[in-house]
Design a protein around this ligand. Structure first.
Ligand code: CP
Length: 307
């Protein structure tokens, strides 16, 4: 039995196979309508979510399976003090696979140690968000035709943004990847990403605070929201929340074939006027999230690809 807790739980080869499967699903959706008949997905969400929870549910329904779960800690027995370990023991009796989002870093890892069904990390605190990363990789591969030889700008809250941490860990395994890390000083990437991932792998990167200057060299711009829920005081959040606002003027500085991604939700960091730009790929990215999660469920449940 396998879990997905970190993007590195799958090799580059396995990710390639999973993205191929997701692409086949995208183009042949009806073919997959019954591959998970009789299977159940539990969504255990201790933190708010729109895309991740509902795309997981849509994914399982598209595969012919069923879904059950809770959308907040308050509506589960966590509110009465039940541990993650006990909860997953129980869920293992009710479902075949589960996706867990939790505010505490490492909670899905703990769940995996007590689970008899595959556990998928659907976001743990400011740590990792591996299924968003699979979504991002599918989107980039689809738009650019490759996952190597790219200059990727990551902009916004690089300290608390778990999607950024997972994406960096995943992309450093491809050749010719350069990062431009665009953030205020206070929201720079955590030390463990800088030293244990970027420096260790000798990946080319620079840390800057000016988005305009970075724009012309980027192949991908990955915008992120300043993560209000991870701040210790509101004053700091208010000071930093509008550090970057991508608008039409800034888009004029970018290459014609640069694409803008964002894990969403957005707050102010991308002006709605950018939505009409053909390079704005964030809504398409959310759609890819369904296909990649369908592929992931099939992979972890060891479901055969239909002919
Ligand atoms: N991208 C993402 O994780 O969105 P949600 O928080 O809505 O799930």
């Amino acid at each position: 039995m396998r879990h997905l807790l970190n993007p590195l739980d799958f090799s580059v080869e396995e990710i390639s196979q999973l993205l191929d499967l997701a692409s086949d699903i995208e183009h042949n959706l009806p073919k997959y309508a019954h591959v998970c008949d009789g299977k159940k997905l539990a969504t255990l969400f201790y933190e708010p979510s729109t895309r991740t929870r509902l795309s997981f549910e849509a994914a399982m329904l598209n595969l012919g399976g069923n879904v059950l779960g809770f959308a907040s800690a308050d509506s589960s027995s966590a509110a009465k003090g039940e541990s993650v370990a006990d909860t997953i023991r129980i869920i293992s009796c009710y479902a075949d696979i589960c996706a867990m989002r939790h505010p505490k870093e490492g909670a899905p890892l703990v769940a995996s140690q007590f689970s008899s069904i595959p556990v998928i990390n659907a976001g743990d605190g400011g740590h990792q968000h591996p299924t968003q990363t699979l979504t991002d990789l599918l989107t980039i591969r689809n738009l650019k035709g490759r996952l190597d030889n790219l200059t990727v700008g990551l902009c916004g809250d690089l300290k608390f943004g778990r999607t950024v941490h997972s994406l960096i860990e995943a992309l450093v395994r491809y050749t010719g990847i350069r990062f431009v890390l665009i953030s205020p000083q206070e929201l720079r990437i955590p030390d463990y990403i800088r030293t244990d991932v970027l420096d260790k792998k000798q990946v080319e990167y620079k840390e800057v605070d000016n988005l305009d200057e970075a724009m012309p060299e980027l192949d991908i711009l990955y915008m992120t929201r300043v993560q209000k829920e991870r701040f210790f005081n509101e004053e700091d959040y208010i000071r930093l929340k509008d550090s970057y606002i991508l608008d039409r003027q800034k888009m004029k500085l970018a290459k014609k074939d640069m694409f803008v991604l964002h894990p969403l939700p957005r707050v102010n960091e991308i002006s709605v006027e950018v939505d009409k730009d053909p390079r704005a790929a964030y809504f398409k990215q959310a759609q890819f999230g369904v296909y990649v999660r369908m592929a992931l469920i099939m992979t972890l449940l060891e479901v055969e690809k239909p002919c």
